[in-house]
Design a protein around this ligand. Sequence first.
Ligand code: HEM
Length: 204
Amino acid sequence: MGCAISSLGAKAEFGDRSAEEEDAAAAAAVVYPREDQIQMIKDSWKVIRDDIAKVGIIMFVRLFETHPECKDVFFLFRDVEDLERLRSSRELRAHGLRVMSFIEKSVARLDQQDRLEALAVELGKSHYHYNAPPKYYSYVGAEFICAVQPILKERFTSELEEAWKTLFQYVTGLMRKGHQEEGSRQRHLALPPKDGPEKRTSAL
Ligand code: HEM
């Protein structure tokens, strides 16, 4: 399960910071991939996409191995103790494919930054409803990079790793933003209206 990649998603990235500090750090990390990085990502995707089902499964089994707390978010997998069993689970395969399809869409929208931004913010909003907290998002990029390394073989370079890291940091930074926006919206909806029952009662 070892994979020698640098700090994306590692504890060192966000350490023991408060939620506010994490949000500020994630917002600062929202840097768009450069032109040369976009090209590298697109070229490598042509190889990765032949194995998307495999990468999706490896990625999530690794995520649950390295960060078991993530498993609790998934209703279907939270009680599965034997991670080897998960490798052959149809549900995990389907979930992995959904995530990989999102990555495919992101790669296809790399030349349309505003569309990619909207997509990632929306995904963050839906993750608010899945009860998947932003502190876990950055782990996924690290596991993706580990999963694609053996597929890309000699094509995998430190520059390519950096390019994918930039894309994941961009997407997960915006997911975090979407999660926050949806959280505030829901809290606002839960508040009683300003001219609510209390005021009306006291006026009687
Ligand atoms: C880069 C990070 C991530 C990406 C790109 C991503 C992408 C997706 C996508 C595309 C879906 C399908 C539904 C939809 O489009 O709304 C989904 C569903 C879901 N995600 Fe994520 N996700 C990420 C991280 C996480 C993490 C870290 C967790 C939990 C620890 C999580 C939990 C869930 C859950 C519970 C669902 C709903 C169940 C399902 O569709 O199987 N996600 N995610």
